[in-house]
Design a protein around this ligand. Structure first.
Ligand SMILES: Cc1ncc(COP(=O)(O)O)c(C=O)c1O
Length: 460
């Protein structure tokens, strides 16, 4: 068992020996990356249609980001924020809060999405204490959902992925997420979203409204829901429910922020559902530096400061090098008008995928917003039949993708309960021509997969 989990740590030979089971096939070694493409040691190129796991929003090897990194590194890479302010941190905070809009006046920086979630929850709890609501500590989140892999964030996750950790977690109260494809029998997309919003109200009432601290949700679902999102009224409803009970509404925008959905934050699509706090990571550092954090309004920060302050940081919080990278990434996002491009080319991508759907029986659903998209694969379009876990859809597609020069990010959550899908999340720099190349390669991959399934009798 230990060997299977840890792999050949002793003999070593590379990172993969630490985390892949013994005997796993070798994966290529990366040599370099630029724009939409990465190259392996053997000189083969692959189009990155996932942006890494939805990180490289401004593409690989962006000259402005690399220059900013070098310039900052030559000045100062690290300074602990209790000893020094740093210019990169101030400039990034100003630009970020400016883009985030009214009510998001202060930014706190850490080094990952999981840390961002942890700090945001700790801040929420300190704020409850600061305003005399110390009985509030319970958290409500959704099933399915993903919020990170630290123990606190894992407690929020609505996914059976890490059941080994369950005894060590403090699980949040779970309510159903408003799925747009696999809603239960008797519902359609709207009626299920209405039901899910009502579940929030019921969950708060059952827990005791004065004990509930926050409701945490991904405004557009990431890795456990593959780009599904709710009808507009859901966002307004959950805002009203939270207000009625004095519960904070927290949006996890780790995957959906930084322009990914075609607006700076996904919450900008739903102004009447505006959250109290929101987290960010992934696209803010753009893959050039591990950067995450959360945004809060002035009044909440002031209330916490008056009550003693927020001292729950990490060693690398607000690092000058990290902030300089984040600043260059955001400037690039704005100056290149990449949010607009994400909206236009994201729609074009979905249009082309929908055309494919009519000729590929395994393509069950095309969905998303901006460049946060997914396609769901099924054994039968009408019944939405899922593939059995024994089929290893993810492994098969990854292999076929590599052969066609396409990096594929296939996902299934909760043991396949919510289906199998591929994230379609190219860098926001993707042009019309890039999308055409992507779809061309993807079509070959999906046809090869469909032929294999037909030959093996897997299609309904
Ligand atoms: C919505 C969401 N929240 C949090 C996280 C955790 O971020 P990280 O892997 O940077 O810790 C992720 C990562 O995929 C995510 O998609």
């Amino acid at each position: 068992m230990a060997e299977k989990l840890i792999g050949d740590l002793v003999k070593g030979g590379g990172l993969q020996h630490f985390w892949l089971p013994k005997g796993s096939p070798q994966i290529p070694r990366i040599e370099r990356a630029e724009g939409m493409y990465v190259w392996d040691q053997a000189g083969r190129s692959y189009m990155d249609c996932t942006s890494g796991p939805v990180v490289v929003n401004v593409g690989h090897a962006n000259p402005r980001v690399l220059a900013a990194m070098r310039e900052q590194a030559e000045k100062v890479c690290y300074a602990y924020p209790s000893g020094f302010e740093n210019e990169a941190n101030t400039e990034l905070s100003n630009l970020l809060t400016d883009q985030a809009g009214e009510g998001f006046d202060r930014a706190f920086f850490v080094s990952s999405g999981s840390e961002a979630m942890e700090k945001c929850l700790e801040f929420a709890r300190l704020h409850a204490l600061a305003v005399g609501q110390g009985d509030r500590y319970k958290l409500i989140s959704r099933h399915p959902s993903y919020h990170g892999s630290t123990l606190g964030a894992m407690g929020l996750n609505g996914d059976s992925l890490n059941t080994a950790m369950t005894p060590m977690l403090r699980p949040s109260i779970k309510i159903p997420a408003p799925l747009s494809y696999r809603y239960p029998d008797g519902f359609d997309r709207d009626s299920y979203a209405l039901h899910c919003a009502q579940c929030l109200d019921q969950a708060i009432q059952q827990a005791g409204p004065e004990t509930v601290l926050a409701y945490i949700m991904e405004p557009v679902m990431g890795l456990t829901g593959g780009a599904q999102y709710a009808p507009d009224f859901y966002y307004t409803m959950v805002r009203e429910i939270c207000d009625r009970h004095g519960v904070l509404l927290i949006y996890d925008e780790v995957i959906s922020g930084a322009g990914r959905t075609g607006r700076f934050m996904a919450s900008h699509w739903w102004p009447t559902g505006r959250p109290d706090l929101m987290t960010f990571a992934k696209g803010i550092g753009g893959g050039y530096y591990p950067l995450g954090g959360f945004l809060a309004p002035d009044h909440m920060v002031e209330e916490v400061v008056r009550a003693g302050g927020f001292h729950l940081g990490h060693t690398y919080k607000a690092s000058p090098l990290g902030c300089a990278v984040g600043l260059a990434v955001l400037q690039e996002l704005i100056d290149q008008d990449l949010m607009h491009r994400a909206r236009v080319e994201g729609q074009y991508l979905r249009d082309r995928l929908n055309v494919l759907k009519s000729s590929l029986v395994i393509l069950g659903d095309v969905r998303g917003i901006g460049q946060l998209n997914a396609i769901e694969l099924v054994a039968d379009q009408t019944s939405k039949t899922r593939f059995p876990a024994t089929l290893d859809v993810q492994g098969e597609l990854k292999k076929l993708g590599m052969a066609e020069g396409l990096l594929i990010y296939a996902r299934r959550s909760s043991g396949g309960e919510f289906g199998d899908w591929l994230m379609m999340t190219p860098p926001l720099i993707a042009t019309r021509n890039d999308i055409d190349v992507l779809v061309e390669r993807l079509e070959k991959v999906l046809r090869a997969f469909q032929d294999k399934l037909t030959a093996r009798g897997f299609l309904v």
